[in-house]
Design a protein around this ligand. Sequence first.
Ligand code: KG4
Ligand code: ZN
Length: 331
Amino acid sequence: MRVLGIETSCDETGVAVYDTETGLRAHALYSQIALHAEYGGVVPELASRDHVRKLLPLIRQTLGEAGLDIADLDGVAYTAGPGLVGALMVGAAAGRALAWSLEVPAIGVHHMEGHLLAPLLEDPSLQPPFVALLVSGGHTQLVAVEAIGDYRLLGETLDDAAGEAFDKTAKLMGLPYPGGPELARLAESGRPGLFKFSRPMTDRPGLDFSFSGLKTQVLLAWQASDRSDQTRADIARGFEDAVVDTLAIKCERALKQSGARTLVIAGGVGANLRLRAKLQQMTGKLGGRACFPRPAFCTDNGAMIAFAGALRLQSGQQADATVTVAPRWDM
Ligand code: KG4
Ligand code: ZN
């Protein structure tokens, strides 16, 4: 089954073709970063309009790279939520219309299920049960994955998501949008231990997170500092270490609690190199393993939607002919 995947939930237009026999055939991504940079964040209306402009050319490009004709598709999957409503509608309307005209089934995919399954796309040996850490700009969740489609929430953030904390902290130190990767780059030249921020909620039981207090700690440290480039890097390093340690402590707790030995990391913050190294080290110590998608499949992409959609279509699920999206949607 050859499935076209379409991702338009936020500021990336992602398209891919996944073949259930041979794997990923092609994928393409167009990022709107330059478009939103001057506003310091994503402007929803501009995002929708840009998806309209880029989606069809990207579908043509992806099919060309896969060596396929549009009539070779056996199904279409699109992100149906959560995300920006206008942006989601662009992908859903295009995907649903395309499937209707080709007389093939369509399926609306949960964006976070796409992230969650992305590690399986590249490593078919990876199978449930496992614990997943979902860390993106909108979510920070620990999920027990018993089987594909069988997800149990173990813990989540009570306020800011980890990616959101990276972005907001970067912004208050004057770093350009998108802040997370910029802050991580800056932290490379920062010295560890000079700025010590708290590891929120690690001193009490449970698997929930809270990251909103960290940005206030950073703001106070930044305002009281000499504001030199080196200090900014040192603060960035202190902040990154605090987030990475906090995530690692809760992941270790979740593994021990559930008895699982495999930790799967997904979502944009999964591209963070220090987080990857730390979780690899922690799971190694427990005699388990940490699995990540390649960094390009940690952040938003069409491949994860094509893959998650293919699994659901294969199991016989499909969306009806209405174009429906869910800007807020629990997985
Ligand atoms: O999954 P994603 O692409 O979009 C959402 O669904 O939210 O995640 C984007 C988030 C942003 O908050 C971004 O700052 C963060 O992931 N991010 C990073 C890194 N790369 C992306 N955070 C820390 N270190 C990185 N290297
Ligand atoms: Zn995402």
